[in-house]
Design a protein around this ligand. Sequence first.
Ligand SMILES: NC(=O)C1=CN([C@@H]2O[C@H](COP(=O)(O)OP(=O)(O)OC[C@H]3O[C@@H](n4cnc5c(N)ncnc54)[C@H](O)[C@@H]3O)[C@@H](O)[C@H]2O)[C@@H](O)CC1
Ligand SMILES: [K+]
Length: 483
Amino acid sequence: MPVYYCTADEVRAAEAATGDLLTGGTLMVRAAHGVAQAVLTELRGTGGCYGRSVGLVIGAGNNGGDALYAGAELGRHGVAVTAVLLVPDQTHEGGLAALRRAGGRIVASLPAGLDAVVDGVVGIGGRGPLRPAAAAVFAALDPDTTVVAVDLPSGVDADTGVIHNPAVRADITVTFGVLRRAHLLAAEQCGRVTVIDIGLGAAGDGSVAALTDADVAAAWPVPGPHDDKYTQGVVGIVAGSQQYPGAAVLCTGGAVAATSGMTRFIGGAAPQVVAHRPEVVAVERFDDAGRVQAWVVGPGLGVDERAEAMVERVLAADVPVLVDADGLTVLARRPDLRSGRTAPTLLTPHAGEFARLAGAPVGPDRLTATRELAARLGATVLLKGRITLVADPDGQVYGNDAGSSWAATAGAGDVLSGIAGALLAAGRSPLVAGAAAARVHARAARAASRGVPIGASDLLGAVPTALRDLLVDEQGATGVQRT
Ligand SMILES: NC(=O)C1=CN([C@@H]2O[C@H](COP(=O)(O)OP(=O)(O)OC[C@H]3O[C@@H](n4cnc5c(N)ncnc54)[C@H](O)[C@@H]3O)[C@@H](O)[C@H]2O)[C@@H](O)CC1
Ligand SMILES: [K+]
């Protein structure tokens, strides 16, 4: 099952549906307990709770209420708790009284040397950046202080994930019942995200989601007993050139590594492609290519007339087509090449190519921008980045947090388009092909890098490792054991 990411309104609706649990304050008690437990776990992992010191930064709403009740619980565990009230006359009364009863102190500014700070400034009710008073409290912290955000790091927009300036950067974020969109879209600002069960029912429409490893494993083409090289899908790659063969080698390499279907190649770099991957059926002229179930066009193709003719020819085919890199630049210049297509199209721009296609920069709200471009072009759009977003024209989005940025290296995109193209040829939808490819690509980058810089060919070399971890681990769990 994909993981869903909800809007603030969807969260409020789910809370309201609990009736008495919301109005009677039970939800807040449960939420606060979850925050306290997260802080206590952190303290226990670094030497214990008793005598440790935690600061609270408290805003005007219920987010501050959560933090105050959590502070009270910490006080009962022997933690010295101090709290700064940003809007004293609008502080959550019950929470404040509970903190005072537990021995917590209200201070004008947080003391030095805190073990952790709880961000209870704003949650899903927050708008815009941290106000100056809150910003000053966080700016004064020792940079090593562990920051635990209640629900969301304050200053991050719950629905768009836009990270305003200034905003809190959290090491840990504790949220309640369901994930908020910001936990995907601003993952790097949230740190480790923990979801506390507070008794909410189903929430949201699932239109922003992420595939899990199990989803990707279930979607990955695994040959059955009656499959052959053709039935698993033949992908055709149109990429590179004699002068720039690298993109062709990386893209076909991605396709070969992704599935055991067949890979065809068309282009001037056919000799270099075959030198790297003798199993690829490579020709130089389009008329010599056989049948395929999906095309990938664009990496390293150039943007001249010859390239334009190739893009035109591929888009005229009645099979799924992935357009990447130079292919997107051609398409931005010649949008008419797409008209008349009925088979699915997957466009995989980075931010610069996106701006060319859309006629404007992506901007800070990447979710809305990606959805709008997909709807406008009637194509699936995969916007690359640390958080990859794949949007269908109907608004369904799958996101993937790469978890590291080591894949931000020349040629890595060529590998991604090869992987996704092979999945298209195997019959996966552009949405699933794009999201599953992004997840495996990110895993391969992490496996290849393990903390040091890599080149795209290192990433490509780690695709089997990434797939083995995913497919063997996930499928081994359900496989038949014979003893
Ligand atoms: N309603 C409930 O019973 C529950 C609420 N929960 C918590 O309550 C939060 C939502 O509470 P609220 O709706 O009161 O909203 P918030 O507490 O998120 O913030 C609302 C207040 O902050 C002010 N504000 C908005 N943006 C600001 C900014 N940038 N800087 C400073 N102040 C700003 C608003 O004027 C308003 O007074 C959730 O995020 C969650 O932490 C949880 O306790 C679960 C149950
Ligand atoms: K917060």
